[in-house]
Write a protein that binds this ligand. Structure first.
Ligand code: GTP
Length: 210
């Protein structure tokens, strides 16, 4: 049945961006409510899962944390496949990390990504808003508009904006505007998201890595 597209897989969300912008920390804050002051660089990619409720549905989010380092960049293209939600993350205290979204990460998505994708531009480390030399937020918002993405500010340290980020993206994915496109893609490609009955508690939060 079309609405039961999947039981095993989740909505695949991929976080992309330069090293150190806080991709791992955003996910850890969201999944475990933890924050590491000295988080190690990601090697390759990890993913974590979380079941959330949107309306009367339970939805499995499958969140991919990719390595920002140049040496892993060539792996990136594999993570775009079946990723119908992509977050472009920059550090609000680092203009270069914003520039890279335009110069590198977004062009890669255009090359390797899915035809229809829910997009977000995420300015992380909003707890450092008072610092000098911040990245140009107007430019980030303009970029978000250009690529039809939603702009978010988050702090993985304080947790500000983190729940809102994932809830909004899940809602956009499940919306009447996007869901039919998702269904069409999933029909062609196989399942990529899961809508579970209220009482199904089989899927627990878990962490895997590869
Ligand atoms: P790679 O794995 O190298 O691609 O980096 P990443 O984007 O996953 O960054 P990571 O989550 O490892 O965070 C890098 C550093 O930034 C860590 O030492 C964190 O403590 C710090 N950091 C992450 N998010 C925040 C935040 O919201 N506020 C502040 N103040 N620091 C943060």
């Amino acid at each position: 049945m079309e609405d039961d597209i999947d039981q095993e897989n989740g909505i695949k969300i991929t976080l992309l961006g330069n090293p150190g912008v806080g991709k791992t920390c955003i996910i850890s804050k969201y999944i475990d409510d933890t924050f590491e002051e000295n988080e190690e660089s990601t090697i390759g990619a990890n993913f974590m899962e979380k079941v959330i409720k949107r309306g009367d549905k339970e939805v499995l989010l499958n969140i991919w944390d990719t390595a920002g380092q140049e040496k892993f960049h060539s792996l990136g293209k594999h993570f775009y496949k079946d990723s119908y939600i992509v977050c472009f993350v920059y550090d609000i205290t680092n203009q270069e990390s914003l520039d890279s979204l335009k110069a590198t990460w977004y062009p890669d998505l255009q090359k390797y990504g899915e035809k229809y994708t829910v997009l977000a531009v995420v300015g992380n480390k909003s707890d450092l808003y008072e610092e000098d030399n911040l990245a140009d937020e107007a430019q980030a918002k303009e970029f978000a508009k250009e690529i039809n993405a939603t702009f978010f500010l988050t702090s993985a340290k304080s947790g500000d904006g983190i729940e809102k980020l994932f809830n909004t993206l899940a809602d956009q994915y499940l919306s009447p505007e996007f869901a039919p496109k998702a269904k069409e893609m999933i029909k062609k490609r196989g399942p990529s998201f899961s809508v579970k009955s209220k009482n199904n508690k089989n899927v627990q939060e878990k962490k895997k890595c590869c």
